[in-house]
Write a protein that binds this ligand. Structure first.
Ligand code: ZN
Length: 159
């Protein structure tokens, strides 16, 4: 597995702050960014599942990115997320053509925080298992900085 670069850590810092902002604005504490290989931000988004249960932060960012660029251009882009993409968002990553994912908190750690909270009945399927079924590789780096990633979730979920 490749290691996270300094640029990866810079964008993780930004996405962790954005997840806190999502919570502060009354949404679930999730955020995502799609960033080109040269560091250009293509899209960033927070969670919006209070109005659309499929509006996970990653899906929102991937939709914006896909409206702006085709899969060939997104192949070298990276999706940053404060939590591991769920099965839906891993599927969205695959279909958008984004070729690389860097996340902070694992789905297993998120599940430990959310428990059976009906607001987020965590779909516990590692994103690597979804990507492994695809017809082209998706590089995945994570979990990273999980203690830091938990902060935005502290006291949020009713287990
Ligand atoms: Zn998701």
């Amino acid at each position: 597995m490749s290691n996270a670069t300094d640029q990866d850590h810079d964008f993780l810092t930004r996405v962790l702050a954005l997840a806190q902002r999502s919570r502060d604005e009354g949404h679930h504490p999730f955020a995502a960014m799609v960033v080109a290989a040269d560091g250009t931000v293509i899209a960033e988004a927070m969670n919006a599942s209070s109005s659309d249960r499929t509006a996970h932060a990653e899906m929102n960012a991937l939709r914006l990115a896909s409206q702006r660029h085709g899969p060939e251009q997104l192949a070298t882009a990276t999706l940053y997320a404060n939590a591991e993409p769920c099965a839906m968002c891993a599927g969205g990553t695959y279909w958008s053509g984004v070729g690389r994912v860097v996340y902070a908190m694992s789905e297993a750690s998120l599940l430990a925080l959310t428990g059976s909270d009906p607001e987020n009945p965590t779909l516990s399927l590692p994103c690597r298992e979804v990507f492994a079924r695809g017809q082209r590789p998706t590089e995945v780096i994570g979990p990273l900085r999980e203690d830091e990633a938990r902060l935005a979730h502290a006291g949020f979920w009713k287990k």
